[in-house]
Write a protein of this length. Structure first.
Length: 509
């Protein structure tokens, strides 16, 4: 469950950002009438005049920063890695290189998914839980990817260019405010999602946009090796929930992606044009679902009860895995360890089994055994992100910060890290006694979360360290100069007035 956040400052900030964007493009909005039926855009699309790809990316990053700050993101590295694996597998079939996609999961039990400008695709935990198989989840991702590659947001803005700038900004804010006025006990990530989906909901994708996203998505599904019927299959699941349900209980997915009988039939018909994949769900799909289900229960005891409903002997590997994770959460590590050991013995290709076994050995104070398990896994699966992150955390617990720092740095130099992963390496560097590098990583963390002034101040603090090496001084000063180029006049003035805050890199945020 995410922590409550103050939503009014977020609303104000988002409205200012929306109004600024709209004011910048005011001349284009009020000049000339576009065609009513805009075709798929190319490099010369009129949509570029309203919202070019560079601006799209900037907006997407800004909204993403707000979602991160809200605490709504699911930071489980195994789930993040899985959703990105599936998403990139599909995006590779439809993306011409114009977008660098980022897929993420939001802690929200409502069934929904959304696309932000610039290639950011969000999926609710509720949607992952509601899918019956991996093909259905892939179908949803394929649809959202198509909204991005076909530039439906930019095209819709262009189609509505006569709309009042002020009205548009106010409507964006109203959508956010409306979402924030819901049940106080609901997951607070809904506020962040309102930010992320405000543009998409306010613009209100046309029916032709939805059909086009279906068509492009189904082709990408088939070419990525998923069942092309997966999209229509999930639409049918949603449409059944819609029947007889009052509007207030309608799945969120149906509000943002209206599904009709004709649309389902069209998706079914298109899917029949491609060979149907017979592949079974991947183990990682079941593992992601199991981890989310364990986390969704309010107490560990409820999670254990859920996964003990069936006798162990009659359970699938995924059910047993969920049972072991529930035992972990309930501090029943000996029972969890036995299950992970059994699973790893039965299938040595599943990284999650090694992670679970290593973690339980650490919890049981079997330190040498736990480290040996992680070492074996690293040898089998080098630079696997969840494996390295979990192993790094274990090494820090064991007081082996230098080894953790070296391993995490190798990963960071080869795989783009998330902000939380950068903060972890900052902790490792600090505990290893490398305060200068720790402050550098904290600077990068602040930059990734949109705090340019905080990023510069961490570098300033590093420059005051007596043990700073000359090569580090040159690197840090060059980084400060680079960051300043992207600052506004107001930020530069604030930077002049501010002083580096002495924050320990061990805790620093």
């Amino acid at each position: 469950m995410t922590k409550p956040i103050e939503y009014l400052p977020l609303i104000n900030a988002f409205c200012k950002r929306a109004l600024l964007l709209l004011c910048v493009t005011a001349v284009v909005f009020t000049s000339g009438a576009g065609a009513d039926d805009i075709q798929i855009p190319d490099m010369g699309s009129p949509a570029d005049a309203i919202l070019n790809k560079t601006t799209e990316a900037q907006i997407g990053r800004a909204i993403m920063r707000d979602i991160r700050r809200s605490g709504a993101l699911v930071e489980d590295p195994q789930i993040t890695e899985y959703i990105n694996d599936v998403g990139h597998r599909i995006a590779a079939q439809t993306n011409d290189g114009d977008y660098s996609f980022t897929f993420f999961v939001v802690d929200d039990p409502r069934i929904n998914a959304f696309a932000l400008p610039g290639g950011y695709i969000g999926v609710h935990t509720g949607l992952i839980d509601a899918t019956r198989n991996e093909d259905e989840l892939a179908g949803v991702l394929a649809h959202e990817i198509a909204h991005v590659t076909q530039r439906h947001i930019a095209r819709a803005v262009h189609a509505n260019q006569r709309q009042s700038i002020l009205t548009t900004a106010l409507m964006l804010g109203a959508v956010i405010l409306g979402a924030a006025g819901g049940d106080a006990d609901a997951v607070q990530g809904a506020i962040a999602i309102a930010q992320g989906t405000a543009a998409q909901q306010q613009i209100n994708f046309t029916r032709s946009n939805e059909y086009e996203a279906d068509r492009i998505g189904i082709l990408a599904l088939a070419e990525a090796g998923f069942d092309p019927q997966g999209m229509a299959s999930f639409f049918e699941v949603m449409s059944r929930q819609q029947l007889g349900a009052p509007d207030t209980r309608m799945p969120e997915f149906l509000r943002t992606h209206p599904v009709t009988t004709a649309r389902i039939a069209e998706a079914r018909s298109r899917a029949r044009e491609y060979l149907r994949s017979k592949s079974a769900d991947s183990k990682n799909y079941g593992i992601a679902q199991a981890r989310l289900r364990v986390a969704a229960f309010q107490t560990p005891e409820q999670a254990v009860e859920y996964f003990e409903r069936r006798d162990y002997a009659n359970q699938t590997d995924i059910e047993r895995y969920g049972r072991a994770v529930a035992y972990q959460r309930a501090d029943r590590h000996l029972e969890a360890s036995r299950i992970f050991d059994d699973l790893a013995e039965g299938d040595q290709t599943v990284i999650a089994y090694y992670i679970g076994l290593g973690q339980t050995q650490l919890a049981l104070e079997q330190y040498a055994s736990g480290q040996a398990i992680f070492d074996q896994a690293i040898e089998l699966f080098p630079r696997n992100v969840p494996l390295v992150i979990h192993y790094g955390e274990m090494l820090l617990q064991l007081g082996k910060a230098e080894q953790a720092h070296t391993m995490l740095l190798d990963l960071m130099n080869n795989v783009p890290p998330t902000p939380e992963q950068v903060r972890l390496i900052a902790r490792a560097a600090s505990e290893a006694g490398d305060e200068a590098e720790a402050l550098y990583y904290l600077s990068e963390y602040r930059l990734m979360t949109g705090d340019l002034i905080g990023g510069v101040n961490f570098l300033r603090q590093a420059l005051t360290l007596p043990e700073l090496q000359e090569i580090q001084r040159i690197r840090f000063e060059a980084r400060i100069d680079f960051i300043r180029e992207f600052m506004t006049e107001e930020q530069l003035i604030q930077l002049q007035r501010s002083r580096p805050v002495s924050v320990s890199a061990r805790s620093g945020s």
